[in-house]
Design a binder for this molecule. Structure first.
Ligand code: HNI
Length: 143
């Protein structure tokens, strides 16, 4: 599975278009994830309020979206581009990589809901491939 030049262009153009709404998208993605997959809440037990749309959820959604933005910028070399973030999640935060897929699934659902006209099967495929590669790059440091 590799990202073609066309996939990369689809991802970059779509992100350029939607990134002004990154905070909203991040909030909805994180909010949905903790409701539908409540096991993910174990990583955030230090937050004051874990309910959907809470300030902590919003702030974290913003951080995760900044990570997505970094990934789009490094789409040609995700392994190096996401090295520091991968080390943080592997060694410091110890997030089980299975959760990356869960987060991205929720991200795709939010995108499909918010941008139904743009999110056709071709863009869906390109985003899915891109996010699978991001998850792989983030998991690279685990062993
Ligand atoms: Ni993640 C912190 C990006 C998935 C749990 N995470 C961050 C930060 C970024 C980030 C950026 C802030 C780093 C810093 O402060 O230097 N996280 C991403 C990206 C993904 C992701 C791009 C995409 C897959 N993180 C996940 C998942 C979980 C997760 C799936 C757990 C379910 N991340 C965390 C935790 C922190 C974190 C926990 C620390 C936040 C805090 O408030 O303690």
């Amino acid at each position: 599975m590799s990202l073609s030049a066309k996939d990369k262009k689809l991802v970059k153009d779509f992100w350029a278009k939607i990134s002004p709404k990154a905070e909203e998208i991040g909030d909805e993605t994180l909010s949905r994830m903790i409701v539908v997959y409540p096991q993910t809440k174990t990583y955030f037990s230090h937050w004051k309020d874990l309910s959907p749309g809470s300030p902590s959820v919003k702030a974290h959604g913003k951080k995760v979206m900044s990570g997505v933005s970094l990934a789009v910028k490094n789409i040609d070399d995700l392994l190096n581009g996401l090295l520091v973030l991968g080390e943080l999640h592997a060694f410091t935060l110890r997030v089980d990589p299975a959760n990356f897929k869960i987060l991205f699934h929720n991200f795709l659902v939010v995108l499909a809901n918010k941008f139904p006209n743009e999110f056709d099967p071709e863009l869906h495929t390109a985003m899915d491939k891109f996010l699978a590669k991001v998850a792989l790059a983030l998991s690279d440091k685990y062993r």
